[in-house]
Design a protein around this ligand. Structure first.
Ligand SMILES: *Cc1c(COP(=O)(O)O)cnc(C)c1O
Length: 485
């Protein structure tokens, strides 16, 4: 008996169903573009669960039921095409990227070995080259696409540890690192490998420490200045003290993780000052440019990341600022020889064909989706210049909106801002503290905007993320909602 999945030719089924899917998606985008469409389809999670029971039937459903379900799934989703979903650091994706997702699904190839995905391997290599070039890395640089910034940061930490102290980590793990440090005279807690990062760094740095078996306590938080940047004087003092004291309670610094574009304020750590310190104290420098990295396409954005070419590795997420659909992230390394954390004993997979790169040798994983295709399509369609103009549009919008917020200074108070300004503006109703923020947040949700809030040193503030794709009118509507109530 044949599988029911092959009851008819795939080409016949595709020809019948694909237009229906495309039509449903198209209608949903049209709906998103209509001015009154809510961003979110529900009020409370409980109501939402009740409205979508989601059957798992014993017998296959009819195609009518299938299409009704597809409709229901779309209408029960956050609709990014309203461009009013401003809760996160991404918004609606570029259309060619969405279609790229369809291509990837149809190809169903895994980018572990060249023989399984020759063109996806090449597309990934090409995007890696292009990104490395923009970031100022030389020809010896390399990189790999990863399922998200947290995954890239995790691989960065593994890569850094693999290079530390004579490369003992790959086989001996943390235990071997500790032994090395003890052999160098480090004692007690002083022999614990440590990661230094700013207090404003993304939580994935701590997760990466956890994944490496270092534990979250191995992450030492360096204070930030009033604009959310790592305090480099404090970093220098920590590095010096940790090195001098063989039994330092924070351990031995092996990695410094700087942030290029922090999640709340959009601050950029000063890599021109941090990189020489890392060289002096033999620390691996990782730049988490998950959010800010997309700005590398514009000269103004590049200026914010001065010195990033000195980082040993960096993370960039085209799925944030560059409107590539989820997921699309890259880990880039300055020296290609460092990007092999795996212990490649899988003769059944890796056949080491000359000139046929097997990209899985660069990761801790095996199969991977060829997400670089989507960045490639976006890059191909808009060009480096188009992406530059995209970034510049966002930066200009942020400045215009900051001025607009300032004209409402009687009713709105600004929170701390990145200096220079990037794409986030934190503010809240004047004189009402965190409660005012919560009330404004609820009011915005009722007005069909999705804007997040975040804790800052003196309480919670709304965090307005300025996306190049969202109109100034939308942003003014949000600011007005907070200002006049
Ligand atoms: C978003 C973000 C991440 C995590 O990226 P994901 O793709 O969501 O895993 C890491 N670091 C920074 C600074 C970020 O803004």
């Amino acid at each position: 008996m044949d599988s029911p999945l092959r009851a008819e030719r795939s080409s016949t089924e595709f020809q019948r169903l694909a237009p229906q899917f495309v039509q449903a998606i198209w209608k949903w985008i049209v709906c998103g573009e209509a001015p009154d469409t809510p961003v979110a389809p529900w009020t409370t999670p409980a109501e939402y669960y009740a409205s979508m029971p989601l059957d798992l039937p014993a017998e296959g459903a009819s195609e009518d039921t299938l299409m009704d379900t597809v409709q229901a799934i779309l209408s029960n989703s956050i609709n990014p095409w309203t461009y009013r979903f401003l809760e996160k650091l991404y918004t609606a994706p570029a259309v060619v990227s969405v279609l790229g997702d369809l291509l990837l699904g149809a190809m169903n190839a895994s980018v572990h070995v060249f023989s399984a995905s020759p063109i996806l391997t090449r597309l990934e290599e090409r995007c890696v080259q292009g990104l490395c070039h923009l970031f100022g890395y030389g020809v010896e640089a390399d990189g790999v696409s990863m399922p998200g910034g947290a995954a890239s940061n995790t691989l960065a930490v593994q890569t850094a540890l693999s290079q530390a102290l004579g490369g003992v980590y790959r086989r001996g793990g943390v235990w071997a690192l500790v032994q090395r440090l003890q052999a160098q005279g480090r004692q007690g807690p002083g022999a614990r490998p440590a990661i230094l990062t700013s207090a404003s760094a993304h939580f994935s740095v701590a997760r990466a420490a956890l994944a490496a078996g270092l534990g979250a306590d191995a992450v030492v938080q360096v204070p930030v200045d009033a604009h959310g940047r790592m305090d480099v004087t404090a970093l220098e003092r920590l590095l010096r003290e940790m090195h001098q004291d063989a039994a330092h309670p924070h351990g031995m610094p092996l990695i410094v993780c700087a942030t290029s574009g922090t999640t709340v304020l959009g601050a950029f750590d000063d890599l021109t000052r941090i990189a020489p310190l890392c060289a002096q104290y033999q620390c691996w420098l990782h730049a988490d440019a998950s959010w800010g990295g997309g700005a590398i396409f514009s000269p103004e954005g590049r200026a914010l990341m001065q010195g990033i070419e000195q980082a040993n590795s960096l993370t960039v997420n085209p799925h944030k600022l560059l409107a590539v659909s989820h997921q699309c992230s890259f880990l880039l390394v300055r020296d290609r020889r460092t990007l092999t954390t795996s212990v490649d004993d899988a003769g059944y997979l890796f056949h080491e064909a000359p000139d046929a790169p097997d990209l899985a040798t660069k990761t801790l994983g095996c199969g991977r989706r060829g997400e670089a295709l989507k960045l490639y399509l976006v890059w191909l369609r808009y060009g480096t210049q188009g992406l530059c103009a995209h970034v510049q549009a966002g930066l200009a919008k942020a400045r215009t909106l900051l001025t607009y917020v300032e004209t409402h200074s009687q009713t709105i108070e600004l929170g701390p801002l990145a200096e220079p300004l990037f794409l986030q503006i934190c503010f809240r109703p004047r004189g009402q503290g965190s409660e005012g923020t919560r009330r404004a947040h609820a009011r915005l949700a009722a007005q069909r905007y999705a804007v997040d809030f975040a804790p800052l040193p003196d309480g919670e503030y709304l965090r307005l993320v300025v996306h190049p794709l969202t109109s100034l009118e939308t942003y003014r509507g949000i600011i007005d909602t907070v200002a006049f109530n």
